[in-house]
Design a protein around this ligand. Structure first.
Ligand SMILES: Cc1cc2nc3c(=O)[nH]c(=O)nc-3n(C[C@H](O)[C@H](O)[C@H](O)COP(=O)(O)O)c2cc1C
Length: 189
């Protein structure tokens, strides 16, 4: 059995998935781990939206368009290639869940609610990793566009999308590194 400490250290963002979505019931169960995150004044600010096929088909085109726009000086053919690759890349994300947090009340409450939603997502990521499901947090431009808020029926005045979570069964585990604890931890007199 993996200890909690081992689970925390071994979790990696997943960028390459095997084909096939995570079954919806399993996704719901993993996100249930999110709702136990700490949150000040029990505001429970998190909202999770599992994207269905119709929604994906709209975002897929936008995602491809944004990929294409990354090379404005390229030839038409090269831009078309970027567009096609963009669609393939989007399709390679088997399951997508948009996560938003309530942004109501004072500036302090908004900060705290954002923080709490991030805590929720780490709970979900760890529960997922424990179950053999990988995730990548994305804050790409699509997550910030008015059209995305409209598509997902999210009121920009009341909620903020903290990210899209790409999920699936990992086919490759990425590598990473960290500063040592000595570099980031200190004590005072
Ligand atoms: C708030 C937040 C936003 C992120 N946005 C992106 C993103 O837009 N694109 C991306 O490739 N990774 C994104 N990541 C994932 C990081 O790249 C990843 O966590 C980092 O490389 C460390 O790797 P690890 O998660 O495997 O420890 C994001 C992570 C966080 C916490």
């Amino acid at each position: 059995m993996t200890s909690l400490r081992e689970l925390i250290r071994s979790r990696r963002s997943t960028f390459d998935f095997n084909p096939g979505p995570v079954p919806l019931d399993d996704v719901r169960e993993l996100f249930e781990a999110g709702i136990w995150a700490p949150n000040h004044k029990l505001t429970q600010p998190w909202r999770f939206i599992h994207l269905g096929e119709q929604t994906r088909s709209v975002l897929r085109l936008r995602y491809a368009e944004l990929q294409k726009q990354k090379g404005p000086d390229m030839s038409e053919a090269a831009q078309q290639e970027r567009y096609a690759k963009g669609m393939q890349k989007f399709d390679s994300k088997p399951t997508i869940v948009a996560v938003s947090c309530s942004q109501e009340g004072s500036e302090i409450q908004k900060r705290e609610d954002y923080a709490a939603t991030c805590c929720a997502m780490q709970n979900v990521a760890l529960a997922a990793w424990d179950a053999g499901v990988g995730m990548q947090w994305s804050t790409g431009p699509m997550t910030r566009e008015a059209a995305t808020y409209e598509l997902l029926d999210i009121d920009t005045n009341r909620e903020y999308i903290i990210g899209f979570f790409y999920m699936g069964y990992p086919c490759k585990t990425s590598r990473t590194r960290r500063k040592s604890i000595d570099e980031v931890f200190r004590t005072t007199e």
